[in-house]
Design a protein around this ligand. Sequence first.
Ligand SMILES: Nc1nc2c(c(=O)[nH]1)N[C@H]1C(S)=C(S)[C@@H](COP(=O)(O)O)O[C@H]1N2
Ligand SMILES: [Mo]
Length: 318
Amino acid sequence: MFIHRRRGWEIPESAVTPREAVLNRRALMAGSAGMMAGSAAITAPALAQSGAVPPLPPHEINLRYQPGRALTSEREATTYNNFYEFGTSKTISREAQRMPRRPWTLKVEGMVERPLELDIDALIRAMPIEERVYRLRCVEAWAMTVPWTGFPLAALLNMARPLGSARYVSFQTAQLPAVMPGLRQSWYPWPHMEACTIAEAQNELSFMPIGLFGQPLPPQNGGPLRVLFPWKYGFKSGKSLVRIVVQEARPPTFWGTIQPAEYGFWANVNPAVAHPRWSQATERLIGTNERVPTQMWNGYGEFVAGLYEGLQGERLFA
Ligand SMILES: Nc1nc2c(c(=O)[nH]1)N[C@H]1C(S)=C(S)[C@@H](COP(=O)(O)O)O[C@H]1N2
Ligand SMILES: [Mo]
């Protein structure tokens, strides 16, 4: 078996051979270190009790989704964040370290054959874990490009088996008033809820990160578990999730409740559709501050444009 000396995103872009799956060496090493300490099944609950976050399991790098531009620095991606539960500034990363990521439970309920209540480490053991590099585009016109470790949202939904009549999926963020000062801003409609259609949730791009840059997902980026829809504006991708609900009616959303004229249900990236208060034609890459053209569907049209056929009457891009 071929093992890369370096992880895919450590190789200059020009040198990356598009291979479906490459072994993640650092994770492999972390995995063997874990085995020396005892089996994962024995160590994970003990770690959870101590509040410590276990290393990511060994996993492969999926090179199907080429970012087409350089990675953002890890430091920038983990210190420039939007996470209103911790405050409305971009510099909440230190404050967010107080959020405990173990133990952590995720519920999947509503219109499903098998409602789930899963301990995060049991969930991670059950899911097909891989790394993918995605572009992330905030509606405020900044963007980053980073390697996430996680699993397809579709794999989790398949485990819960949505009913045929299910049409929407909503994603609820944890509410931890002891460590989230932003929750005291009572004019916001807590808890943070965002939503998508079942077809969007089942799209191959819809991803549930548990890691970033080969490390367990930091609290400020939505650890221990978040969702990502890389073709939509970032506000649709809820952080630190505790509950996923499958339902028939379109769910209310956090930003749709605060300012429906500016932040709609669909929020797909489109350079030609301006936000009411600014252009979306270009975006600023955090770290370098370079301005680059915004891409239609954030560059993911080949995977997602088909989801919207017949929906042209909807406000798809705001
Ligand atoms: N619960 C919750 N999820 C959230 C947010 C938030 O304030 N609260 N901000 C969103 C916005 S506006 C963006 S752009 C992304 C930012 O993710 P990042 O900090 O990992 O870059 O998270 C999204 N998810
Ligand atoms: Mo955002």
